[in-house]
Write a protein that binds this ligand. Structure first.
Ligand code: NAD
Ligand code: ZN
Length: 353
């Protein structure tokens, strides 16, 4: 079974991709650990809670949803954890989609100044992205994920079997992050996505396992080389500069994160082509592969001007410099800053068309 090592200054740990591993979470709990607190949502717990039968635990329910991914929810979970006997020896298991991984991870980061967390992601997006890498946090009114902490987990346990119950739209949204991994670092993964569309969409177990494993391998490698956000880790943001702008512009209501990234990747591909970085042939290949897993919700009513204004006011912009991750060929990207706004506008217009 594939397992990948993430090595960071904070901690080294394994990401294990293994069907049925949900029933073996107890094996991953270190001897001598105190009470285990599983942070999850009611829907996921109803489906898979029984798999934790072999592990003595308390369940802490998080109501779910981006609007409740806030400091207040973390505080409520921490209070409940104390009431139910949590202490410095406790362990958190963050069991759910990316929101639960972020909230449960952040709870673990600050509870009694930090307790360990096992990440057990249950959406494709969380398996290939959110649960690996140690970023945890919550939203502020001013923007998404603006309060948080790096808290590397004890381990990440990925059971591809749980994807069977994931709603179709959530699954497809995760596929766009897989395509992202291929474009930034793996021609092999990109080809897997281009050549096996039917099996990918049918969630054929071997193909699903392979795409998760390869995406995790890439994320583990990138995070190990660069735990914090300097240039290597930034390559993971391919499609995210304009993706975030689109999500913000539509109030986080119209697009799922992965769908917004699909739009952002299309715009980045046009930008790479118009600035002479990417060949027309590779550009068509990437655009076709993204479209093959669409469609995404309608872009009606969204203007290039509005998205450019969002870029300028992005809270995460460093010293006023917008950066773009642009492909130079499939499997290789570069970080570009200070790109002429006319080129950006034209690329955004192409992506909106
Ligand atoms: N920390 C990071 O590095 C990082 C990276 C990417 C995204 N994120 C965060 O992840 C969040 C998005 O995560 P998401 O897309 O997983 O959404 P989500 O956590 O909201 O999950 C989507 C929905 O699917 C349900 N669900 C989860 N697993 C299921 C299963 N196996 N079967 C049926 N239903 C299931 C959830 O309860 C929820 O209703 C965002 O808040 C984003 O900021 C974090
Ligand atoms: Zn993303």
């Amino acid at each position: 079974m594939p397992s990948y090592l993430v090595e960071t200054p904070q901690r080294s740990y394994r990401v294990i991709v293994e069907r049925g591993i949900l029933e073996r979470v107890a094996v991953q709990v270190p001897a001598g650990a105190g009470k285990v607190f599983v942070v999850t949502t009611a829907d996921v717990w109803e489906l898979y809670g029984s798999r934790f039968a072999g592990l003595p635990h308390e369940v802490l329910f998080y109501p779910g949803g981006e609007e409740r991914k806030r400091l207040a929810s973390v505080e409520a979970l921490a209070e409940e954890m104390v009431e139910r006997g949590g202490d410095r020896a406790s362990l958190v298991v963050a069991f759910g989609g990316g929101i639960v991984n972020d909230v449960g991870g952040f709870l673990a980061a600050i509870f009694m100044r930090g307790v360990p967390v096992l990440q057990v992601p249950t959406t494709l997006l969380a398996q290939v992205d959110a649960a690996v890498g140690g970023k945890t946090g919550v939203n502020l009114v001013a923007g998404k994920n603006l309060a948080g902490s790096f808290h590397q987990p004890l381990g990440v346990l990925i059971d591809p079997d749980v994807l069977a119950t994931l709603p179709e739209r959530e699954y497809r949204a995760g596929l766009f992050e897989v395509i992202k991994c291929g474009v930034i670092r793996s021609p092999y993964l990109f080809a897997l996505m281009t050549e096996n569309r039917e099996q990918v969409l049918a969630r054929a177990p071997e193909v699903v396992e392979e795409m998760i494993a390869e995406s995790v391998r890439i994320k583990a490698e990138v995070v190990s080389a660069d735990e914090r956000e300097s240039d290597l880790r930034r390559i993971l943001n391919f499609g995210h500069t304009l993706g975030h702008a689109l999500e913000a512009e539509t109030g986080y209501a119209r697009f799922l994160h992965g769908e917004a990234v699909a739009f952002g990747m299309r715009a980045a591909v046009y930008l790479a082509e118009v600035t002479g970085r990417l060949s027309a042939e590779d550009s068509v290949d990437v655009l076709n592969t993204i479209d093959a897993y669409g469609p995404i919700p309608s872009l009606a009513g969204i203007t290039a001007e509005a998205l450019l204004a969002r870029l300028r006011s992005d809270k995460k912009t460093v010293k006023g410099q917008v950066h773009f991750v642009l492909p130079e060929k499939i499997g290789h990207v570069t970080i570009a800053r200070g790109i002429d706004e006319l080129a950006v506008r034209s690329a955004v217009q192409d992506a909106l068309a």
